[in-house]
Design a protein around this ligand. Structure first.
Ligand SMILES: O=C(O)CCC(=O)C(=O)O
Ligand SMILES: [Fe+2]
Length: 227
């Protein structure tokens, strides 16, 4: 029997995928190095953004686990109302917050947090301790313009590290002092870190989109006493 190159290639890929799913409890998800693969963009007013595209690869199973509400240890997703400045607003997305010392819902998230803590320790001076998870079910889920200014971040510089899973969504940032927004399309496995004065001097948002969009989960790692 003759095989074309493509058929032979396809079956080899099938076997490789099945083998990795079978052998590896993470389903083949991997964190790449940080180091010099992280690119910094300096914004105005002492704010900056670091981006590391594709930091996490092969994370389809991780996404499915975080989205699955029936499995043991499932993420306790809840609808959110949030105090923003002087108002309480409806936030159309699901959230879950893992405080310091609460085990994260997947060992890969613990690995990610620890890798971020190690990479940023010289500059940040403290580890990332908490994880906020957000679930944007489709393009009509979003988060309005805000800074993460609850706690020390109201007055102090800090870092918020976001790992994005699932469908790509835009994370937009704009200076509070006025001026153009900057936009990042955050796709599967991308890392974005907001640093310096970013929470105080800039705002960020995940805008709604009319384009058909699959679900996205974002994981935000923060330091102690920062929301
Ligand atoms: O989903 C994101 O990437 C951003 C979430 C966010 O800004 C927040 O929860 O404070
Ligand atoms: Fe935020």
């Amino acid at each position: 029997m003759e095989h074309t190159f493509d058929e032979a290639y396809d079956s080899a890929v099938d076997i490789a995928v099945q083998a990795s799913l079978f052998d590896d409890p993470t389903g083949g998800a991997r964190l790449g190095p940080l180091g010099t693969s992280v690119r910094r963009r300096v914004l105005t007013d002492g704010a900056w953004v670091d981006v590391r595209p594709g930091w996490l690869t092969g994370s389809e199973l991780l996404f499915a686990d975080l989205a699955d509400t029936d499995r043991p240890g499932a993420v306790p997703w809840r609808a959110e109302r949030r105090q923003m400045y002087d108002r309480v607003v409806d936030v159309p997305r699901l959230v879950s917050f893992y405080d310091q010392d609460v085990p994260l819902p997947d060992p890969l998230l613990t690995e990610a947090r620890d890798a971020l803590s190690a990479h940023y320790l010289p500059e940040l001076g403290e580890p990332f301790t908490t994880a906020g998870l957000c679930f944007y079910r489709d393009g009509s889920d979003s988060v309005a313009w805000h800074g993460d200014t609850i706690g020390r971040s109201r007055t102090e510089d800090t870092m918020v590290a976001i790992v994005s899973l699932g469908a790509a969504r835009t994370l937009a940032l704009r200076p509070r002092s006025g001026g153009p927004a900057v936009r990042y399309a955050l796709g599967h496995g991308d890392l974005l870190v907001m640093g310096g004065s970013c929470q105080r001097t800039w705002e960020h948002a995940v805008p709604k989109t009319a384009r058909p969009t699959g679900p996205r989960i974002s994981v935000q790692f923060r330091t102690r006493g920062v929301r």
